[in-house]
Design a protein. Structure first.
Length: 185
C-alpha cells in the first residue's frame, strides 16, 4: 500500500446528484466544511511502515501514540483495526452492508493509516462525500445518517475507536439515498 492519494470532499444537494456544490482537495477547506456540520476531520501523521499482512496488534502498536491521544481526549473504551488488502476475496458482501445508509448511537471514529475509503454524510439537505486517505482522521457524530464505500477492490487500513464495548453497531435507516450518488469507483 504505497500509492499516494489525496483527501477530497464533494458535496451535493440531497435531491440532485448532478448538483455538485463543493469539490475540493484542500485539506483546510475540507476540515472547515465538515466542522460546520459537526464532523471532525484532521490530517495526522501516518508514517509507520506496516508489513504486508500486519495483524491488529501490529497496527495498534505502530500507532499507539495517536491512539492514546484520542483515548485521552474522548475516553474511548475499545478499538480495533479493519484492514483489507487488494485482492481480498469475498469483500462484496461487506461493501454492500456499509453502502446502506445507517446511524450509530456513538461517534464513528476512523484513523486511516493506509489506503482509502469514502464516507458519505447525509446532513442538512446535502450529501457530503469525504474521501479519506492515509493520514486522515474523521469523527462522524452519533446519530449522523451516513454510509461508507471501500471500493470494488478495497485497499485500506483504518483504526476504529469506540465508546461502546460492542464495537460497530449500525441502525439502518431503510432509505435508498446511497444508490443515487456516485460510488468510490
Amino acid at each position: 500500500m504505497t500509492t499516494t492519494l489525496t483527501s477530497a470532499l464533494r458535496v451535493w444537494n440531497e435531491n440532485d446528484p448532478n448538483a455538485l456544490l463543493v469539490d475540493t482537495t484542500d485539506a483546510a477547506l475540507i476540515a472547515r466544511e465538515l466542522h460546520a456540520v459537526g464532523v471532525r476531520f484532521e490530517r495526522w501523521a501516518a508514517d509507520a511502515e506496516l508489513p504486508q499482512g500486519a495483524d491488529q496488534a501490529t497496527v495498534l502498536a505502530a500507532y499507539r501514540t495517536s491512539i492514546e491521544k484520542l483515548v485521552a481526549e474522548q475516553g474511548y473504551q475499545t478499538m480495533d483495526v479493519i484492514r483489507l488488502e487488494r485482492g481480498t476475496p469475498n469483500t462484496e458482501p461487506m461493501r454492500k452492508k456499509f453502502l446502506d445508509e445507517h446511524q450509530h448511537s456513538e461517534d464513528e471514529v476512523r484513523f486511516f493509516v493506509e489506503g482509502r475509503g469514502a464516507f458519505y454524510l447525509h446532513l442538512n439537505g446535502r450529501v457530503y462525500q469525504t474521501l479519506c486517505v492515509k493520514g486522515d482522521l474523521i469523527s462522524v457524530p452519533a446519530g449522523t445518517k451516513h454510509w461508507f464505500d471501500m471500493g470494488s477492490d478495497p485497499e485500506f487500513t483504518a483504526i476504529r475507536l469506540f465508546n461502546n464495548q460492542e464495537g460497530w453497531v449500525a441502525n439502518f435507516t431503510g432509505d435508498t439515498i446511497a444508490s443515487n450518488f456516485p460510488k468510490l469507483d
